[in-house]
Ligand binder design. Structure first.
Ligand code: NAD
Length: 445
């Protein structure tokens, strides 16, 4: 339905009609394909930063056409704004106004990436003001993008720089079609850890990855994406979903583990399977999740408890088992939700579980760092799956259309791309992050 609408408003006569009638015309998003160019055109870098030359050299080594300060008449595939050396809000003016001129030249599917510094309580007020101001400006610019272009930011912690591995990996993620549905978001580079892959098409080569809830929907897309990116995958789901699970496994050479993640020994079973069959466990994606929506006034214990049990309690228990086993370098990526950030009517139980995931990620980052690993989460907004197909049609249509510049729900693969990136060694410096994949929406499951 959403696809058909997009097809109609973007082709031929019906496109003209839609324009005349002022109907929303959701753009086609530039999604990742291993054969596609990293960007649709040259990159313009505006501003100054300590390691700007290293950044520029790296972009050139990626085959990009890099322009500094002025791109002449060229249409642009990306715009990088180096804002990390600004000291007070009045410093923003020349760069942001130059960015405004450059934005006019962006091609469909282009990317704006702003690079700034983390605000801390120790900052002088003017410094904190400019740094936090960048956050508001970039989120707003994201809402002004057209043609499937997006604007996102990278926030550097003290002691990190634009050429640190995770900053470069984040730039590449934002440039590529992997971030098609990530808009108005920030990735915080906390450390200089991380190793860029030898082959950017196979960032998970040699890794063993487990995906829970992989029989359908987002989980199935995650399993396929991790496999495409080089991982040996183990797919996990309830015994009832065995047939669908086997189909997913067969399509990617994965092995299957039929398991209810709420089982007390789920963590041990996962380790036994992954290490026993494949020799290691490098990445676990906690994707299995359920909704049991009701207004709190009508909520019963069954609905409340099952959502907490599957969506968060099981993850805490499994993580404890993984940490106790000290699996070297283990990375965890969990599924949060925009409901856990902004709340959603009828979802007190679900939002408690997904807010719980965010709390768990923040507090567990140091524990996983101790074993050389990391824990992160992705918070999807409205993603077209069987879970969201249960939402009444009217609410669903509104949820798709209110997304400011992208005007459409995301696809499971959009979530999967972010997970594959966060679960890779290149993203080690992003430990503790929660990245929204929401097309700038606050409506979500
Ligand atoms: P889905 O219902 O289509 O698939 C969920 C899968 O998890 C199913 O295959 C199910 O059998 C499995 N599962 C459920 N309970 C399990 C258990 N106890 N043990 C093992 N497997 C179990 O859901 P989806 O839309 O693909 O969502 C996947 C994840 O993404 C969930 O965590 C969900 O909360 C989250 N999410 C989805 C959206 C969205 O818009 N679809 C938005 C935000 C977050």
């Amino acid at each position: 339905m959403a696809d058909k609408y997009m097809e109609l408003v973007n082709t031929g006569l019906t496109k003209k009609l839609a324009t005349m009638l002022g109907l929303p015309r959701p753009p086609r998003l530039r999604r990742y394909s291993p054969d596609a160019a990293l960007l649709p055109g040259p990159v313009l870098i505006l501003g100054a930063s300590a390691k700007a030359q290293d950044l520029s050299d790296t972009l050139v080594s990626w085959g990009l056409d890099v322009r500094r300060h002025d791109a002449g008449d060229a249409k642009l595939g990306a715009l990088v704004l180096l804002l990390d050396e600004l000291e007070r809000p009045t410093d923003l003016s020349p760069l942001m106004l130059a960015a405004g001129q450059a934005v006019r030249k962006l091609l469909p599917g282009a990317r704006v990436v702003a690079i700034s510094r983390e605000t801390t309580d120790e900052d002088a007020p003017a410094l904190a003001a400019v740094r936090q101001g960048i956050d508001g400006a970039v989120r707003s610019l994201g809402r002004e993008m057209r043609g499937g272009a997006t604007a996102n930011g990278i926030v550097l912690a003290e002691g990190t720089h634009v050429a640190s591995p995770s900053a470069l990996a984040a730039v590449r993620f934002f440039f590529s079609g992997r971030s098609a549905y990530v808009d108005g978001q920030f990735l915080n580079v906390r450390t200089n850890d991380g190793v860029l892959p030898a082959d950017f098409a196979k960032p998970l080569a040699g890794k063993v990855a487990v995906v829970t809830g992989a029989a359908r929907g987002i989980g199935a897309a995650i399993a396929k994406t991790l496999s495409r990116d080089g991982a040996q995958v183990v797919v996990v789901d309830m015994p009832q979903a065995g047939e669908a699970l086997a189909k997913v496994a067969n399509s990617i050479g994965a092995t299957t583990l039929q398991l209810d993640v709420t089982a007390p020994d789920a963590g041990q079973q996962i380790m036994d399977h992954a290490i026993g069959r494949h020799g290691s466990l490098d990445l676990v994606v906690h994707n299995a999740g359920i909704t049991r929506d009701k207004l709190l006034a009508n909520m019963d214990a069954g609905r409340w408890d099952s959502v907490i049990a599957v969506n968060i309690a099981s993850q805490l228990r499994m993580n404890e088992a993984f940490l106790a086993a000290k699996l070297p370098g283990l990375r965890i990526v969990s599924l949060a939700s925009t409901s856990g950030i902004a709340g959603n009517r009828g979802q007190t139980n679900y939002a408690a579980s997904k807010g719980g995931v965010i709390g768990m990620v923040h507090s567990s980052a140091k524990l996983f760092a101790e074993i050389g690993g990391s824990i992160t989460a992705v918070a999807p907004g409205f993603i077209e799956t069987e879970m969201t197909a249960k939402i009444p049609l009217g609410t669903r249509t509104v949820a798709r259309m209110v997304l400011p510049s992208l005007m459409q729900g995301g696809l499971p693969v959009d979530v999967a791309e972010a997970i594959s990136f966060l679960g890779s060694d290149a993203a080690a410096g992003l430990n503790g992050q929660v990245l929204r994949v929401c097309g700038q929406s606050l409506v979500g499951a």
